[in-house]
Write a protein that binds this ligand. Structure first.
Ligand SMILES: [Zn+2]
Length: 115
């Protein structure tokens, strides 16, 4: 259920951007969602369809890009994405989660028509 405020923020941000940059209509929004953010794409889409009516982003297509959490190796310091394992690809030691990583919800890019 925490997608609701996230979507409200998103639409507000896009309206501000549109005003600043003279965007008439937003066609597509590429969003990065961290794997640990707990944000579900389908829920974002559902709220977005309802809440974007009358805004610059109305009827825009949402694309979700899943972002893995990042780990840092405790032994050699290498940073690597968490895919299946916590083991460092270089030395095989255990990696530790980098604080805040995998929790992002960001606008990666926007495709739009200018006025
Ligand atoms: Zn390592």
């Amino acid at each position: 259920m925490h997608e609701l405020p996230v979507v409200q923020d998103l639409i507000k941000t896009l309206d501000e951007e549109s005003r600043e940059k003279g965007i008439e209509r937003i066609n597509r929004i590429n969003l990065k969602i961290g794997e640990l953010s707990g944000i579900i794409g389908e829920c974002v889409q559902m709220y977005f369809d309802i809440l974007s009516a009358g805004h610059s982003s109305e009827k825009a297509e949402l694309r979700f890009i899943r972002v893995p959490a990042m780990l840092r190796c405790e032994n050699c310091g290498k940073e690597f994405p968490h895919e299946k394992s916590f083991d460092c690809p270089d030395c095989g030691s255990m990696g530790k989660l980098i604080k805040g990583s995998g929790r992002e919800f960001l606008i990666e890019s926007v495709e739009a028509d200018l006025k």
